[in-house]
Write a protein that binds this ligand. Structure first.
Ligand code: TYD
Length: 146
């Protein structure tokens, strides 16, 4: 399969199914639409101290759906050419982050829970944690495409 040369325009907020009644809401995620990957791992960030920043890396192959299961935070997406900031503040929205995107997660509200659905099990080899290596990785991808 041809490698996906991703950019931030491939990262969108999707609506998740929500069932509402007087006693509260349920949001459901099942493999299939609206996300293009099957979930192999779930993890969540919580008890994040005020002012902390998470992320600060890219993945080579991993797809993720990031959900503010509680509270709110901002996700900064960067493809080495463009950046955008997405605010997540409702549990029935998910931000799809495709492979090859640098992300930082900032401005956590008190008690925020960042729920992440991921397409693969944890693999440190899939991470790019150094921004200059990430820029090199992207410029190689863009050069191969042209
Ligand atoms: P990392 O993905 O760098 O966290 P964040 O992007 O939220 O700042 O992971 C932090 C640490 O946790 C790192 O040592 C790897 C470890 N970790 C696992 O062992 N398994 C996992 O599934 C995840 C997401 C992280």
């Amino acid at each position: 399969m041809k490698e996906l040369i991703s950019d931030i325009h491939n990262c969108n907020v999707v609506d998740l199914e929500k069932i509402h009644n007087r006693a509260g809401n349920i949001t459901i995620y099942q493999n299939g639409t609206p996300s293009p990957f099957d979930v192999k791992r779930v993890y969540y960030l919580y008890d994040v101290p005020g002012g902390s920043e998470r992320g600060g890396h890219a993945h080579k192959e991993l797809y993720q759906l990031i959900i503010a299961a509680g509270g709110s935070f901002n996700v900064i997406l960067d493809d080495s050419r463009n950046k955008k900031v997405v605010e997540l503040n409702r549990p029935n929205y998910g931000l799809l982050v495709v492979p090859g995107i640098w992300r930082e997660i900032v401005n956590f509200s008190s008690g925020a829970i960042c729920l992440v659905l991921a397409s693969a099990k944890y693999d440190e080899n899939d991470y790019i944690r150094d921004y200059s290596l990430y820029q090199q990785f992207k410029s190689n991808q863009y050069a191969d495409r042209s």
